[in-house]
Write a protein that binds this ligand. Structure first.
Ligand SMILES: Cc1cc2nc3c(=O)[nH]c(=O)nc-3n(C[C@H](O)[C@H](O)[C@H](O)COP(=O)(O)O)c2cc1C
Length: 211
């Protein structure tokens, strides 16, 4: 049987269609629920699923705020991080999923989104940006590097953060490991579909034999 494939050159697509190819291919994605603060001290929070770890020593993570689809402006999260050079990644557990989702609404810049959606601010230890109390794991970060890839709708930036402090809820951490079942992290698929990563997991041992 002849294998049929679609051949696509991303540069020929509208950015929205290129975006759909990305989010339909790279999944499930973890969610960085990023809290920041503006120059006046107003807190902000927004979810970003273009998010991953980079390395352990130094402990670096990264996420990508895209430019606003409407006018190509920088999202508040990026503006705040460039101003204060600080942010917190709040890990999203299932119980707080819908409030996290509400934080993706485009609120005016001066609205404290954490309070607005009914979440609770908690003081951080090493950064002045608040963390979100309902999260069970928090990564306090200082800005390590930011790279920009254009300024039109569909373009974006890569924010690299150095984790300088980690909070793990009591009872979640033993023998140097986080208990995934208790953390109950959610992931993002394409569009409005999310996963509970515990719904269907399987174990696969890593082979150690060298040939
Ligand atoms: C689960 C989820 C994941 C998201 N991931 C991203 C992302 O990776 N990059 C991005 O630019 N926007 C992402 N968004 C949209 C932003 O959260 C949204 O634009 C938000 O309003 C930005 O807020 P801000 O202007 O306060 O930074 C995501 C939304 C949701 C609900």
């Amino acid at each position: 049987m002849v294998k049929k494939e679609l051949e696509i050159t991303p540069a020929t697509l509208e950015w929205q269609d290129a975006y759909k190819l990305l989010v339909g291919s790279i999944l499930p994605r973890p969610i960085a629920f990023v809290s920041t603060m503006d120059r006046k001290g107003t807190a902000n929070a927004a979810p970003f699923s273009f998010f991953t770890a980079i390395c352990a020593d130094p402990m670096l993570i990264c996420f990508s705020p895209m430019r606003r689809g409407t006018d190509g402006a920088k999202k508040d999260t990026l503006v705040n991080i460039e101003n204060t050079r600080q942010f917190v990644i709040n890990i999203v557990s299932e119980g707080m999923a819908s409030k996290m989702n509400d934080c993706a609404i485009e609120f005016p810049t001066d609205v404290d989104e954490i309070e607005e959606v009914g979440l609770t601010k908690e003081r951080s230890i090493k950064v002045s940006v608040p963390r979100i109390k309902e999260s069970l794991v928090h990564l306090e970060c200082e800005l390590y590097q930011v790279l920009h890839f254009g300024d039109k709708p569909g373009a974006g930036s890569l924010v690299i953060g150095k984790v300088i402090h980690v909070h793990v809820n009591d009872g979640l951490y033993s023998h140097g490991r986080i208990d995934t079942a208790q953390l109950a992290p959610i992931g993002r698929m394409a569009g409005n579909i999310f996963t509970d990563p515990l719904a269907k997991t399987f174990e696969m041992l890593r082979k150690t034999e060298k040939r």
